[in-house]
Design a protein. Structure first.
Length: 149
């Protein structure tokens, strides 16, 4: 299997796992034990904090960087690799700053598989033969203009 095809499959898998992870966080939380639901209700009832706004902003930045990284890597844009790596670093910072988390086991499994897929993507774009195929954004845009003319 060509590395470029594998990268496409991994990015699609990463996208699907991200959607599944978000959906599972909202749906599987309903099946948590009563004591954990009470904890979550008490935690959600606390007053709005500035850190919540910061975490939300960080989450948005990470989400946008991830999507732009996926699109860029599918088009073999060199800068997209760093953007995707940066989104993972931002995700780790987000997890660290969130504090204690209560999640269903299904959500944790999905997040773990997603991390493995993310690691495979990073390996392919930095350490496989495909790393030499990535070009500057200006080169990619120039090639696209030539094809349309």
């Amino acid at each position: 299997m060509k590395h470029e095809r594998a990268l496409g499959i991994l990015i699609l898998s990463d996208f699907i796992l991200t959607i599944l992870g978000i959906v599972s966080e909202f749906t599987m939380g309903l099946f948590l034990p009563a004591s954990l639901l009470t904890y979550l209700a008490a935690h959600d009832a606390t007053a709005f904090r500035l850190s919540d706004a910061f975490l939300t902003a960080l989450w948005i930045v990470v989400a946008v960087a991830t999507v732009l990284g996926w699109i860029g890597m599918l088009n073999l844009v060199r800068g997209a690799r760093s953007l995707y790596l940066g989104s993972w670093v931002g995700n780790f910072v987000l997890i660290l700053l969130k504090g204690p988390v209560v999640s269903a086991s299904v959500s944790i499994v999905i997040m773990t598989i997603s991390a493995l897929v993310g690691g495979a993507i990073l390996w392919i774009v930095y350490f496989s033969e495909l790393r030499t195929e990535f070009r500057r954004l200006s080169e990619v845009v120039g090639d696209a203009k030539e094809r349309t003319a």
